[in-house]
Design a protein. Structure first.
Lengths: 457, 457
């Protein structure tokens, strides 16, 4: 951690992280396409001084898609609308590097950065679902390693395009007719394995220099990509990882930064959390059970199968030890399936227990606000996290409870801000301002250079 | 025309249509990346009850790009932000069918349609500039005919994806756990020359059914695409076409509808206008000269060359007849270059006159508000237009003058609305509601069908 403060973001996961969350009382069933719901959540998040709100995505639906996601907002349009309903909070949208053009991604996030006054963030994903290829005119979905190779090149192109213009390139002199200084515009001329992009980008340098890049993969390739180019990483905790496990992941990723010439402060690691809060431990437990009870076992098995490439778990006995799967269906969400298998083995879980626990992970964050704040403080002080991303089993309740009851405790303990310190997401996250690769000391007179003009001089 | 009312839209062309508009007093030089400027313009447009605001685009910049466009908002993000700053006006953004995925385009506009309550429009372009290919990992920019072939297939895929869900597909029954009726979800399974897209789209049917599709090409291929699939067409008038010319274009395009099984009312033809308004004719003429005088002749020649694939016009004598060009550089903007050549010949223009007139077309719309209203009424009543799109040589002045002085006259004459009649852009434009290709009469009991559920039933 760079200072003594946590960074806290929140995921706008439609009706909530849990797959039956849409059935929860007070949760709008159509949350994923309900603008009022999103506006209320961004206002609540900003009231809580959270660093950012984040919109997840998927590029394919089928029978096993979580129902609240079969009809959902496209993240770039939704986050842009939310920019106008907020003033200080960061705005993070997911776009797949596998099914997008770097020029488009660079433009959209640069544009959002200008439109929001420096609050844009790109959550780079590689799209885990095979079916995404079927919606994007591809012969087949690329394998895990290929997707990450492409993503690394995609990101390097996007960053290159974000350097197209130096910050003082635009002169806007109405008298002389000089609009910009052409020496401060730079073509990228990238020619790589996956992309050829000339540039320059057709939007100037943005308030953040580069919008903040988020990433979530926690596979080997994912960790390497994060170390190479991301600035914040979402990672699984979800109430299931121990401090020791989280610290291992934290040190693993932070330890990879040096070889890319980066310091440990240049990447924030933010485990996901899904607290269930009650005024007493008993009340919180009852609430957890109410949430978990929204799902029946057949649905929980199908949801478990989603991570294992739609593997059919109904073929195994429910109350015997979790089945031996080998590498079955572990291609797409490898780090998740490894964790599920490891936990089942270590804790001796039956299939039923594993399925229910996977559908609504209980973990240590069920309890009073004090209890939740204690656990988060322990993780943070142990060096297992730079902060957290709130997922919320059910929304907006999970977010409202956290902002109303846990944030004030974290603030009182000096662990979280009471007011935004900076105008930009980058500033609030404590990330360094990126240096434009082309920027140089100002050596010769601007007046002596040729300038691009329109009209009389 | 379907009724006795004009349709009026406005183009948010950064600082204005004219290439030196950024130098005009009162115009923000950085208009293309100035959110306040856009917010003021959308509010003014809505005050004037205009049907829609439209954001143009370009995918490549070089030495001859109009300076106000070298740094510009990406249209989808900008129009999404403007959705939150408006309540009734239509929101039209440009996205190229040559450099986008139909799945992404269908999602973004469907999402915007939901977020804006039925106000989204897609301006389908094919990207005229060769250089766009260099920014999008393509070997070369496709030829004109290929781009239109691809565009037609792209549009048919997008429309197919917009039919993925019937309007009553979502049940959202928290008690029974039935989220949607799977019989009302439809896969497209498109396999064509340019695209293979399975579907379904991951967002339900939107308020407009289909967002409104705009198109601007007026070449042969452009007119055919418009007749086949667009619902509103921008066409050049810009003060240069006569009523007879506009009527010819109007009848030409309307006459092509029948062979696609469409009626004349299903496509609105909206010539572009750039009025210059003064309280007297003399004042208006002086204002026109002030605007035209912002550009010098070298710049005007370069701008002329932009339409002719960057042809160098400085090689010709300025005050002799417009040069014989044959087919030089007419590949990308064929209808524009044909018109420039034809006008120069018919009117016996010198190169200088053609260049200045091209940079700031004067036409018949320079005068008092009454005069401008008269000309628009003549075009409208003659059956040469269903309405107009306001371009504005300089912004926001051109828009403000039009809304403050011309709109009230059109309203007083019963030619334009005094209040929005409908909640949707489609409704206000008087376009029919699209019928979902899959929708059928309700014949069997919903209860007897299998339903996709989560949780206990």
């Amino acid at each position: 951690m760079t200072d003594n403060r946590m960074r806290l973001g929140t995921a706008f996961l439609a009706t909530g992280e849990q797959m039956a969350s849409w059935r929860y009382p007070g949760t709008p069933a159509d949350g994923a396409v309900n603008l009022d719901h999103y506006v209320q959540m961004i206002r609540k998040s900003e009231e809580g001084k959270l660093d950012f709100a984040f919109i997840a995505d998927g590029l394919y639906i089928n029978e096993v898609t979580m129902p609240q996601y079969v009809s959902r907002f496209e993240p770039v349009t939704a986050i842009s609308v939310l920019a106008a309903h907020s003033t200080r909070i960061g705005l993070v949208a997911t776009v797949s590097a596998t099914y997008s053009e770097p020029f488009t991604v660079a433009r959209q996030f640069a544009s959002l950065d200008v439109l929001s006054g420096g609050r844009a963030g790109w959550n780079l994903v590689t799209s885990a679902l095979d079916g995404a290829a079927l919606n994007h005119s591809r012969d087949g979905h690329p394998a895990h390693a290929d997707r990450y190779e492409r993503a690394a090149e995609h990101l390097s192109v996007v960053r290159g395009l974000w350097d197209s213009w130096e910050s003082n390139a635009f002169i806007h002199n109405k008298e002389t007719g000089v609009f910009f200084d052409p020496d401060k515009m730079h073509r990228l001329d990238h020619r790589g394995k996956h992309f050829s992009v000339q540039g320059p980008l057709n939007i100037g340098r943005t308030p953040q220099g580069h919008p903040v890049v988020f990433q979530a993969g926690s596979s080997e390739a994912g960790k390497e990509l994060a170390a190479q180019g991301a600035e914040a990483v979402f990672t699984g905790m979800g109430g299931v990882s121990t401090i020791a496990e989280s610290k291992r992941f934290y040190e693993d990723v932070k330890g990879r930064l040096a070889k890319y010439g980066r310091t440990r402060d240049e990447l924030k690691i933010l485990p996901g959390i899904s607290p269930v809060i009650g005024s007493t431990a008993k009340e919180a437990q009852a609430k957890y059970e109410r949430i978990a009870g929204l799902i029946d076992i057949e649905t929980a098995l199908r949801y478990l199968g989603r991570w294992f490439n739609h593997h059919d778990f109904t073929q195994y006995p429910l109350d015997e030890p979790f089945p031996e799967l080998g590498d079955t269906g572990s291609e797409n969400y490898k780090s998740v399936t490894d964790r599920i298998k490891r936990n089942a083995k270590e804790q001796g879980l039956t299939l039923r227990q594993a399925a229910i626990g996977n559908a609504t992970p209980r973990g240590p964050l069920v309890g009073t606000p004090e209890h939740v704040a204690d656990v988060l403080e322990q993780f943070f002080r142990a060096g297992a996290a730079d902060g957290f991303i709130l997922l919320g089993h059910v929304l907006p309740e999970g977010l409202n409870d956290f902002v109303d009851h846990v944030v004030p405790l974290l603030q009182a303990r000096g662990l979280f801000r009471t007011e935004y310190e900076h105008a930009t997401l980058r500033g609030n996250l404590g990330l360094p301002e990126p240096i434009n690769r082309y920027a140089q000391a100002w050596t010769d007179s601007a007046a002596s250079r040729p300038s691009y003009t329109t009209g009389k001089e």
